[in-house]
Design a protein around this ligand. Structure first.
Ligand SMILES: [Fe+2]
Ligand SMILES: [Fe+2]
Length: 242
């Protein structure tokens, strides 16, 4: 039997998995903080225990991402900005802040994450990143659903009209920021065509920028537009782009 050794990991692979460690710490911290707010506003116990479970998932993702970084011969230490690892209260009610985080981080962020991670997993053949992506993808589906359940609950509380007004004002900006951060605003250059992307980076769970753009377009059309419409939330940004 021929045993194939995994392709050599590039600096891009080591850097990307270290950045993922940092991102998972951020997700854990924000979810922990959000869950405290859920306790303070007397949210249903199921939502609170789901929040706590997500914190544990994010820490497991962080550990897995770190083992991929090490398997790729990385020796880096994640950079954690302490003051940035907490949520900040706005001037309005806690419910308003819960809505912002539920929509921005979960309904938008975790929903696009499912489509991104499934693309990363598709081309990933090295065992360590593949195991990490198997677990991450499975959990992100649960985290995405938590966001939509939380939003649905918020819109069923006495704060509904205040929260719908806030969504009218802030959802377009959140969508625009998400689009810019994942897909960028400039067109793809020829060097960014998927064919130019190193297959060894793909094997380690990285994807070309074109795949990020594609995942964002798909998420707007197949997730955001129908899911917000189901909740009676309408937004030009979604309807115009379909
Ligand atoms: Fe995660
Ligand atoms: Fe997550």
């Amino acid at each position: 039997m021929t045993v194939h050794s995994p392709p050599t990991a590039s600096d891009a692979v080591r850097l990307e998995w270290l950045r993922r460690v940092e991102a998972e710490y951020r997700s854990a911290a924000f979810t922990q903080h959000l869950t405290l707010w859920l306790i303070q506003i007397g949210a249903p116990p199921d939502l609170i225990s789901d929040g706590l479970r997500i914190v544990a998932d994010e820490m497991a993702h962080s550990e897995l991402s770190h083992s991929v970084h090490v398997a790729a011969d990385g020796r880096g230490t994640p950079t954690l900005h302490r003051e940035a690892l907490a949520l900040r209260r706005g001037a309005g009610s806690i419910e308003q802040d819960v809505l912002r985080v539920a929509v921005d981080m979960f309904c938008l962020g975790e929903t696009v994450a499912v489509r991104l991670f499934s693309r990363m997993r598709e081309g990933c053949s090295v065992p360590e990143p593949r195991q990490a992506l198997d677990r991450i993808l499975k959990d992100e589906v649960v985290h995405r659903d938590f966001g939509w359940t939380l939003l649905e609950w918020l819109l069923s509380t006495p704060a509904e009209s205040e929260l719908r007004a806030l969504l009218d004002r802030e959802l377009p900006g959140m969508l625009a920021r998400l689009r810019a951060s994942y897909a960028g605003t400039r067109p793809l250059s020829p060097a960014e065509s998927p064919g130019e992307f190193p297959s060894s980076d793909r094997a380690w769970g990285l994807i070309p920028r074109a795949s990020y753009v594609e995942a964002v377009v798909e998420t707007f059309a197949r997730d955001y537009a129908p899911r917000f419409a189901d909740l009676g939330v309408h937004c030009r940004e979604l309807e115009a782009r379909g």
